[in-house]
Design a protein around this ligand. Structure first.
Ligand SMILES: C[S@@+](CC[C@H](N)C(=O)[O-])C[C@H]1O[C@@H](n2cnc3c(N)ncnc32)[C@H](O)[C@@H]1O
Length: 209
């Protein structure tokens, strides 16, 4: 596998505030293109990567990824989508953006096998289902990780603390949003609980053949 470096072109679809792309540019000097539909996030990504030396490595595009495709002839070495679509939706989009031999990175919730009979989550793929899906595309999973319940709990705790702090700050400035923010945090808490039990967060790194 070719190591990440200054010649690596990375595409981050639904990049948010650019956290992952910026980390890759800082750590490896990769050339990063991030696309997101939220103008505030794209502006934040640009601000966070404004330092000389970093700015030249980062391109941020405000666009809906549903209608966006790389300019003709532009191919990436690595494409990722984290925190948006399921593997089955993300993989076809990501693999179109990269050349053969390139890599794509995705996350998804997976159903744990011992909960396999729970009809409520029957539509959620197991890790095996995802492996089979990627094999069916003719590609190769070179790395994947399914969090155990403790790891998931630790990450969710940190995220919930940050979300709760942020929503309190926003509610102080915009009291009209308080109820909506409370409901948002509650939904997040419920989803987190689900992702520490019958479902788990998972990440996938795939080589395109
Ligand atoms: C959970 S965040 C993940 C952000 C980033 N990938 C990360 O892991 O830090 C989901 C992101 O998807 C973006 N998004 C949602 N629908 C989109 C669309 N149709 N086109 C582009 N971005 C979209 C949101 O604006 C948000 O930044």
């Amino acid at each position: 596998m070719k190591p990440l470096g200054p010649s690596t072109r990375v595409l981050d679809l639904a990049c948010g505030k650019g956290a992952i792309g910026i980390a890759l540019a800082q750590a490896f000097g990769c050339q990063v293109t991030g696309v997101d539909a939220c103008d505030i996030f794209v502006e934040a990504a640009a601000e966070r990567s404004a330092a000389p030396g970093l700015k030249e490595l980062c391109t941020w595009i405000l666009a809906d990824i549903r209608g966006w495709s790389p300019p003709a002839g532009q191919r990436f070495d690595v494409a990722m989508m984290v925190g948006l679509d399921s593997v089955s939706d993300a993989a076809p989009v990501l693999r179109r953006a990269i050349a053969r031999g390139g890599f794509y990175v995705m996350d998804d919730a997976v159903r744990m096998l011992r909960h396999g009979l729970a009809p409520r989550y029957a539509e959620v793929p197991t890790a095996r289902d995802i492996l089979a899906f990627i094999e069916g595309l003719g590609d190769e999973v070179v790395g994947h990780r399914v969090l155990d319940a403790r790891q998931a709990r630790r990450i969710h705790q940190l995220t919930l603390e940050r979300l709760t702090r942020a929503s309190r700050l926003i509610a102080r400035e915009r009291p009209g949003l308080k109820e909506e923010l409370t409901q948002f945090v509650k939904r997040h808490k419920e989803a987190s609980r689900l992702l520490e039990g019958p479902l788990r967060p998972s990440w996938w790194i795939v080589r395109k053949h």
